[in-house]
Design a protein around this ligand. Structure first.
Ligand SMILES: [Zn+2]
Length: 304
């Protein structure tokens, strides 16, 4: 059995040679670096939620799983995308052992960032969300849940960091973020992070942002622009890393952490469903239905 990164990458271009498989120069149309399966603007590759998947440059991209691959497939499946992506957020945030880390977003990627921060021995990991099922999962691995429906998340983080803010932070929400009143606001979590992270702290942003968003509520945001608090970000001397994760940089090692019983990323899985029930699963996940924290689709399963 193998694990295929969500990045499609050639292995030979100048970016791939430097380990930047997230910005392969050959897998998308000329002028655009980076490709992925089934993702808008990420090249001609059909989606990964399928019985069969065509994997170009498979000799380069595929990662072999150990003999417990089948038995632990709910853990290893996370190595294709969300586990490395969460790990990458903490890497870009420059997290060192003993530091505090605030993570905005308790979805699958945010929870994987929390798991990664825990594995890297952060002293305190905060997960900010407003859904109780996600906050409960964060708490299960020792993270501190911050329920933003119960008040200003920035203040809640500062209250637990001597008023200074966290050492570093991760953006795991993306452009479809919502402000406290429930309106879509693509910059709200970025601006909360600028406030929640200390002077000179770093931020890793892996939540998806897009160069154009036709469904956005106003003209500025339709053009992919954000009202980002750059003044405060600069004033605090912070740094921020952005973009998709180069899965191959991490997946071999995350595989080993699973194989050697150092972590169990499948703790977030709420549903295992056959492929036929994918539309229902997407609908429930998208609507943030209580209890739909992570779905694993299994083509070999029969519909109930
Ligand atoms: Zn390449």
């Amino acid at each position: 059995m193998i694990s295929a990164p969500f990045n499609v990458s050639c292995g030979h271009c100048s970016n791939c040679e430097r380990g930047l498989t997230n910005y392969c120069e050959r897998a998308n149309e000329p002028g655009i670096a980076g490709a992925a399966y089934g993702f808008a603007g990420m090249g001609p590759w059909a989606g990964g939620q399928a019985e069969y998947l065509r994997v170009p440059w498979a000799d380069f991209d595929a990662l072999r799983l150990p003999e417990d691959g089948r038995e632990r497939q709910n853990d290893y499946v996370m190595c294709s995308d969300i586990f490395p992506t969460g790990w990458h957020a903490t890497e870009m945030a420059g997290l060192s052992s003993g530091e505090t880390c605030v993570i905005y977003g308790g979805g699958p990627v945010g929870l994987m960032a929390a798991l990664s921060a825990t594995l890297k021995s952060a002293s305190k990991v905060f997960v900010v969300d407003r859904h109780p099922d996600r906050l409960k999962l964060a708490e299960e691995i020792g993270a501190i849940p911050i329920d933003r429906s119960k008040g200003d998340p920035v203040q809640q983080v500062k209250d637990q960091t001597d008023g200074i803010g966290a050492d570093c932070g991760c953006e795991c929400v993306g452009y479809q973020a919502h402000e406290q009143q429930g309106n879509e606001d693509n910059s709200i979590t970025l601006n909360w992070l600028v406030q929640s992270v200390k002077f000179t702290g770093r931020i890793g942003s892996v939540g998806v942002f897009v160069p154009s968003d036709p469904g956005a509520p106003d003209d500025l945001r339709k053009q992919g622009k954000a009202i980002f608090d750059y003044g405060m970000h600069w004033f605090k001397g912070q740094a921020m890393g952005n973009g998709q994760c180069p899965v191959k940089r991490y997946n071999r090692y995350l595989r080993s952490l699973i194989h050697e019983n150092k972590c169990k990323p499948s703790w977030i899985v709420s549903h295992e469903l056959p492929l036929e029930q994918a539309p229902e699963a997407y609908k429930n996940f998208d609507a943030r239905e209580q209890g739909w924290t992570k779905v694993v689709l299994k083509p070999q399963m029969k519909a109930a």
